[in-house]
Design a protein around this ligand. Structure first.
Ligand code: UTP
Length: 413
């Protein structure tokens, strides 16, 4: 262990991260081993470059953004039936799996515990997880199959999530048979000087690597392998916080199959040019999403001859992928974006610091940054009130209150 420790000290010196061992002597043996393990598996070059990127002025993007074609669910006319039949056939054949991204921290909501355990205040007091499971089971019954459910958790909430499911008898699902939990990756957080933070437990303070981590973690954790064993060919990937998410949609599947594309995404019309959502587009000829922070004002305002926004198809984290595409995307690294967050940590003198405001960078990959790997993507415009009731903020827009109302209206409660 001593020799190992010497090597580790050398590495830390090289990257000016020696402070990581400041509290080492005070840790018990298990924690000491954990900390050394963390240090050994940290990619310091990556962290260094991510930190330096946060220092750079935002470079002006050279990307060429153009509109993307889409189909409107309300305007499919004669094609509707054909798509539905194709999709239903594939669902009945057990080709679909549902994947729920539940690894987020839900900071804006401020709920203590995994976001999926949140009760949006319906009379039934069902959690988001239960609402999702209700719809999944109902759809399964309709097509005479059990749709296997894969849930992405984070290192932070994995245990609580699994315990919550167990407490509710897995909502009728069978763990490791048709219900699977897996963990997404994480990356260390750094302060404004580029120093990696030590958390209250004496170990490196890490944070989930963003929803873009899903492809890699599906592959690394053997989930795509498991899906293949189950005969799955298509994965619907959605967020945990949209209580109207339609994970089983023959229309979306039928369109993907008929158009022979490896992915299909749902959009809703952007409420107004200023709405803070990303919109589907093409970036250098490939499917993509342009964030509201990135889209130039005149592009955000531009309308077509019918007065509709040209960049108006909001990305709502409701996408379907062929399993081959997921495996391909999972083998390529995605770019990381940084977010400045509030993080409690232990300083170099061993004191706990609870900051008043953001003090550290967290690095995240975005799901849609992988879309450029796809040959093409079919976009289906659906109705907001039928499929999109997100729970993001504690109050106001996209809050439990708005989601609850949409849910009640849709299910006529
Ligand atoms: P958001 O980007 O809205 O993040 O996630 P969030 O964690 O729910 O909320 P804030 O930003 O901290 O307030 C959209 C979806 O992606 C999942 C979330 O659980 C949610 O379903 N997600 C996000 C992950 O699974 N992992 C991540 O690292 C980030």
């Amino acid at each position: 262990m001593e020799e190992n420790l010497d090597n580790i000290r050398k590495t830390l010196r090289k990257y000016s991260q020696e402070h990581l061992l400041n509290g080492y002597e005070k840790l018990d043996e298990v924690k000491q081993r954990q900390l050394l393990g963390q240090i050994e598996t940290t990619d310091f070059e990556l962290i260094n470059s991510l930190y330096h990127n946060t220092r750079k002025e935002l470079e002006k993007s050279q990307d060429v953004i153009t509109p993307i074609e889409f189909l409107d669910k309300d305007n499919l006319n004669g094609y509707y039936r054909g798509f539905i039949e194709k999709g239903e056939k594939a669902i009945r054949a057990g080709q679909l799996a549902a994947v729920t991204m539940a690894g987020g921290q839900g900071t804006r909501l401020g709920h203590n515990g995994p976001k999926g355990t949140y009760d949006i205040g319906l009379e039934s007091h069902k959690s988001l997880f239960e609402l999702l499971s209700d719809s999944l089971k109902e759809q399964g019954r309709k097509y005479d199959v059990i749709i296997p459910w894969f849930i992405m958790t984070s290192e932070e909430n994995n245990k609580d999530t699994i315990e919550f499911f167990a407490k509710h008898r897995n909502f009728g699902y069978e763990k490791d048979k048709n219900l699977f939990f897996f963990k997404q990756g994480e990356l260390p957080m750094v302060d404004t000087e580029g120093k990696i933070l030590i958390g209250e437990n004496g170990l490196i303070k890490s944070a989930a690597d963003g929803h873009g981590g899903i492809y890699e973690s599906l592959v690394k954790n053997g989930m795509t392998k498991k899906m293949r064993e189950l005969g799955v060919e298509w994965l619907f990937i959605g967020g945990v916080d949209n209580c109207l998410v339609k994970m089983v949609d023959p229309l979306l599947m039928g369109i993907a199959i008929e158009k022979q594309v490896t992915a299909a995404g749902k959009s809703v019309v952007k409420a107004n040019p200023q709405e803070k959502v990303g919109v589907f587009c093409k970036k250098n000829g490939k499917p993509s999403v342009v964030e509201y922070t990135e889209i130039p004002e005149e592009m955000a305002q531009a309308t077509d001859e019918n007065g509709e926004l040209i960049y108006g198809e909001s990305h709502i984290l409701c996408n379907l992928f062929n399993i081959n595409a997921v495996e391909r995307m999972g083998s390529k690294p995605l770019p990381y974006h940084s977010a400045f967050k509030k993080a409690t940590y232990i300083d170099k003198d061993g004191n706990k610091v609870v900051p008043d405001g953001p003090n550290a960078y967290k690095f995240e990959a975005f799901l849609f940054d992988a879309f450029g790997e796809l040959d093409d993507m079919a976009i289906l415009r659906v109705k907001r009130e039928e499929e999109f009731a997100p729970v993001k903020n504690a109050a106001g827009v996209d809050s439990p209150e708005t989601a609850r109302e949409l849910y009640r209206k849709f299910y006529q409660l």
